[in-house]
Design a protein around this ligand. Sequence first.
Ligand code: NOJ
Length: 522
Amino acid sequence: MRGKSGVALSVAALACFSFLSTVAGTSEPLMYTGLSNYTFPDDFIFGVATSAYQVEGAWNVGGKGESMWDTYLHKHPNYTADGSNADIATDSYHNYKEDVKMIQYLGSSHYRLSLSWPRILPKGTDNYISEDGKRYYRNLLEELIKANITPMVTLFHWDLPNPLMDLGGWTNPKMVDYFEDYARVVFELYGDIVKVWTTMNEPHQHCYNGYGTTYFAPALNAHGIGEYLCTHYILLAHAKAYRLYDKEFRPKQHGQLGITLDAFWAEPKNASSQEDRDGAEAYLQMHLGIYAHPIFSGNYPDFVRQRVDNMSLQQGFTRSRLPYFSQEEVEMLKGSSDFFGLNHYTSYLMSPCAGENYQKPSMDDDTGVCLEQHPSWTKPGADWFSVYPEGFRKLLNFVNNNYVQKNNISIIVTENGLCDHGGLKDYERIAYYKKYLYQLLLAKNLDNVNIQGYVAWTLMDVFEWSDGYKTKFGLFHVDFNSPERTRTPKLSAKLYKEIVRTRQIDFDYLSPESSRYQSNKL
Ligand code: NOJ
């Protein structure tokens, strides 16, 4: 999923192997066996997630407009790893009732989904609302409510209406108004039954990969400027939608609205090196703080402001490549999220590298840090993805200390999960969920991090952006060769169901080594 350009993966052996015990930073023994001592409280939310472009298919059905991903992949059919696109995907447009049954099977109380902006507003603007789009989401949402599943709805999960992309996408300041208009339409249409909203999904991945590199559509590669413009206007669009909801809709609809930010955990490569510690901090500020700080404190972090201003100056720019917020915008941004939606998958080891490996100018060059993953961390399905569960606990603490406590809000983990190459007996995914959820419990119970819920990514194998269908994250397998897109639960679906049911983690359950569960039949 993530661009390799941002993660200069070095396979160089790491000198210091003992760091794994030191970076764990906890006296709690990491015993991934037996039954954990900790339970998830009754009001802890368990959910599963998908997103519109990755599952719906029906790209041109019912008058739907094209998203920029539709257009880009039609124009560049070899862009994805397997030459695929999401024209059909899991065909959830037609199979949504089955999806709801699968969520019921898991016992999950929440379903995080996104709306396709161009399915509702085919041209992107609110002068024409599609009847078919309106009806599709009404039916889906009502099906969920009937099944006692709470929808958590994301407004923007990367599938921008293509006519707006033609206007420059998120580099165009007018997008802030267009997003507000779209938000008003959907609050009016569904605010009666949707009570948990997030505005944007992972603006960092979207802007960095799509505007700063070529790894995601629209592949602008406008590095050094594009990713910052995208960041700036996405933040303002989010805040505007928040203020709109707060003022006009919350009084009658009584919902919550937040944003989903993503972060890798940044671990200093050598914990005793001040330079590496500074590098890790720089990474977190440049990639997470740049979003979280404006939303929770009103403006870009001082570190980011100074770094990009100085680099711009040195490079001969007369103005900073990172735009400035006005005082009015700062006020609009500050406190514009009712919870911290956090997506997390993996961790990296950080050390300074003076940007020699990066394009100039670029966000990577501005950050000046090289990323690698420890050779002992398993890599089950993609270059960018290694398993380091302890990083999750550290990230939860970082988010809690810097943003959550100060704003008296809570964290909802809006995505977490493992990618592999497929298969129903997905023991690596099982181990991942157990370990990552255990780290969440440690953060919650020992570190007092305020975590309200956890959403697994993903309900089923989906279209994985530039990886196409090559990497799989699903709890359910999808047969992409069958016209029905037949879904089958993997062993991990059974595990997730058991965790949700018992509210506990039993490390021996569905463990390949365990004799306590003789048969791990599906
Ligand atoms: C982040 C994104 O929100 C989602 O669309 C993607 O499939 C997963 N992470 C896995 O890469």
